[in-house]
Structure formats: structure tokens, C-alpha cells
Design a protein around this ligand. Structure first.
Ligand SMILES: NC(=O)c1ccc[n+]([C@@H]2O[C@H](COP(=O)([O-])OP(=O)(O)OC[C@H]3O[C@@H](n4cnc5c(N)ncnc54)[C@H](OP(=O)(O)O)[C@@H]3O)[C@@H](O)[C@H]2O)c1
Length: 341
């Protein structure tokens, strides 16, 4: 099944997520099982650090005759710390080299947030580079990710080529209705990440009750919820049976009443994280027109060298376990700040 994007491209309506899956055997197996199960949309990014494995799995599946390249819809993204015109072109070409592909079906600005506060210039330079990549045929469609309304308004005003997609966190506990409505009004397809709320739905009583009622599992309920909302869900698993079951969502539909029940979960516990480094997604209400520095700016700045260390691989292997010890601390800081609002 497909959704048609504003550029007439057909996007498979369920995507396989690859974030946080280690490169090597784990990602190769996961992507291979996903393609065998029927997923044709693979969501990947420079910062997931597993593009080589994703590419190997795709090549193996093509060599085995399971799919051809044109059947697949492969997505990639430029992370915020590589924003800028030249660095975006370089990043995309490097990602193509690592995955062994000639083109991406869709290429996204991973996030509008950046260490400096002049996000407009940074995002625009990046977007211009993506437009160039599109004109050169290296990417077949372009879009954005984690953009809120003010970012979308800005890019719609400045862009030569309109974004076809906005990818952001979407599931019953975080519906971001204002962004969804804005995207629908501007013919921008919403692609939802964290469809399973990064595993939290499997402990949620409403999901458990609905799973029992429909004789399905919570993952299938969540995927159906997104589909019925017109959102393309991205789902990740490293387990073969889960990869299959999350995709097996035909033949049942959630009733209007149960959709409303799931709607009522909005505002529950959610991730508020994206993984292009360690930075929590900046949650400024859209009523605020100016960019406000994140409340934990000082903490963030203190650790903002980490993605750079990772990039340069400066003593990374030796220091990463020590550095990762601070992540729970940062998450606590972020939660405190969110609760204060
Ligand atoms: N643009 C962005 O900023 C952004 C941010 C985050 C994610 N994404 C994309 O969206 C994709 C999906 O989101 P996500 O990775 O955040 O998480 P998700 O798909 O919401 O949840 C994944 C978690 O659910 C577990 N799980 C999956 N199926 C299950 C099942 N049937 N039963 C029980 N547990 C199950 C997985 O564990 P197991 O592996 O053990 O099954 C994993 O821990 C990502 O992989 C990535 O491609 C994009």
C-alpha cells in the first residue's frame, strides 16, 4: 500500500525504522527480515551509524531477487551538526557511498535545531543543498523532520522546491495535532516516528485492552492508529517475529470509538528525543514566534562537543562509555524543564 506525495511519488505506507540498531549483523538481519516481511520503505540517517549494514541488507535482498531497487523507498537525513551547504552535499554523498546506492528516494533535514541560535540561516543553507541534490538526481524527493509550524512556514516561504514530507514524533501519547493539521493543509505528508512510543505502548493499559479486544498485539494497534490518521508510521524492531507482526495490519480496522479512546491518551509519556546526538528536541509552543534558546542551553553547550568527538572519532572508542554516563543526567534535566512549563 502507498500514499501519494505532492510530487506524485508513491511512498510505501509503513516504514521500517533503523535508529539505535547497531551496525553489522544486527542491522543486516533486521533490514533483511523487514524486506522479507514486505516492508519497502526503509528509514535511515547519517547519525544512526549503520548505513553500511543497511546497504548490505538491501544489496543482499536485491541479489536474491526478493526486490529490485525501484521497489524500495530508502530515506536518509542530514544531522543538525552537519547543516550548511557544502557539508550537506558531502554528507549525502558519503551516505550514498556507505549504503552503496546511486540515489535516495527521500532526503530530509533531520532537525531544525542547531547549537547556534540562527537556525534560519543554517536550515536554509542546508535546504538549498538538498534542492541541489534533488536537481542532480541524487535524491528523488526532499523534505524535513522535527519541524514545527514556524520552521515549516519559514521553509515554505523560502524554498524553491516544496518539502513533500515532515517526519516527527507521532503516536497516541504524542499527537502534535497542530503540526499534523498544518501539514495536511499544505499537502505535506506526515511520517510518524516513535509509532510504538519506543516500546512504552506495550505497558499501557488502553493498548493492552484494545489488543485483547481485536485479538491483535499493541504494535498492530499502534500501526493501525497511525494509518487511520493518514500518517505513515515508522516502526523498529530487531526481533524477526515482531518485525513481521508489526507489518501484519491488514484485515482489521479500529472503530471510531476506539480511535477516540486512543486520542484521549494525548499528552501522556513520550520520548521527546531524537537521536542525532544527545540533544532533546526543543519544545517551544508554536504560539511563540521567535526561537527561544532551550532552557538547558548551558548543559547542552557543555556537552555539545560529544557529537563532534563522535564524528572525528577522537578517542571516541575509549571515551564513549564514560560520556554516555551523562545521558540519564541530561534526560532528567530535560524532564524537569518540561514539567515546569
Ligand atoms: N526523525 C527523527 O528525529 C527520528 C527520531 C526517532 C526515530 N526516528 C525513526 O523512526 C523509527 C521508529 O521509531 P523509534 O525507533 O523511536 O521507536 P519505535 O518503533 O516506536 O519503538 C521501537 C521499540 O519497540 C520495541 N518493539 C518493536 N516491536 C515490538 C513488539 N511487537 N512487541 C514489543 N516490543 C516491540 C523495540 O524493541 P525490539 O527491537 O527489542 O523489538 C524497540 O525497543 C526509528 O527507528 C527511526 O528510523 C526518526
Amino acid at each position: 500500500m502507498f500514499v501519494e506525495l505532492s510530487n506524485k511519488q508513491r511512498m510505501p505506507n509503513i516504514g521500517f525504522g533503523t535508529d539505535l540498531v547497531p551496525d553489522g549483523e544486527t542491522i543486516i538481519n533486521a533490514v533483511t527480515w523487514a524486506i522479507e516481511a514486505g516492508y519497502r520503505h526503509i528509514d535511515n540517517a547519517d547519525c544512526y551509524k549503520n548505513e553500511t549494514g543497511v546497504g548490505i541488507a538491501i544489496k543482499n535482498c536485491i541479489d536474491r531477487g526478493i526486490v529490485s531497487r525501484k521497489d524500495l523507498y530508502v530515506v536518509n537525513k542530514v544531522p543538525d551538526w552537519k547543516q550548511g551547504y557544502d557539508s550537506t552535499i558531502k554528507c549525502c554523498k558519503e551516505s550514498l557511498r556507505k549504503t552503496g546506492l546511486d540515489y535516495f528516494d527521500l532526503y530530509l533535514v533531520h532537525s531544525p535545531y542547531r547549537q547556534n541560535e540562527n537556525w534560519q540561516k543554517s536550515v536554509l543553507d542546508t535546504y538549498r543543498a538538498i534542492e541541489t541534490l534533488y536537481k542532480e538526481g541524487l535524491v528523488k524527493a526532499i523534505g524535513v523532520s522535527n519541524f514545527e509550524i514556524r520552521h515549516l512556514e519559514f521553509i515554505l516561504k523560502e524554498a524553491e522546491i516544496k518539502p513533500v514530507v515532515n517526519q516527527f514524533e507521532f503516536h497516541p501519547q504524542r499527537q502534535q495535532k497542530h503540526v499534523v493539521e498544518f501539514c495536511k493543509a499544505h499537502d505535506i505528508q506526515v511520517v510518524g516516528w516513535g509509532t510504538l512510543n519506543q516500546g512504552r505502548i506495550f505497558k499501557n493499559q488502553t493498548f493492552l485492552d484494545l489488543a485483547q479486544k481485536y485479538n491483535k498485539d499493541c504494535g498492530q494497534i499502534a500501526v493501525r492508529y497511525s494509518l487511520q490518521k493518514g500518517v505513515v508510521p515508522l516502526v523498529r524492531s530487531t526481533k524477526k517475529e515482531r518485525i513481521y507482526s508489526n507489518f501484519d495490519v491488514d484485515g482489521f480496522e479500529l472503530s471510531q470509538e476506539d480511535m477516540l479512546l486512543l486520542d484521549s491518551l494525548d499528552g501522556g509519556e513520550f520520548s521527546n528525543m531524537h537521536h542525532d546526538g544527545i540533544r532533546p528536541v526543543h519544545m517551544v509552543p508554536d504560539t511563540q514566534t521567535e526561537y527561544s534558546p532551550i532552557p538547558y542551553t548551558k548543559t547542552y553547550k557543555l556537552f555539545s562537543f560529544i557529537p563532534l568527538l563522535k564524528e572525528k572519532r577522537v578517542a571516541w572508542n575509549k571515551s564513549k562509555w564514560f560520556l554516555f554516563g551523562f545521558i540519564p543526567f541530561l534526560r532528567v534535566t530535560k524532564r524537569d524543564e518540561t514539567q515546569k512549563r
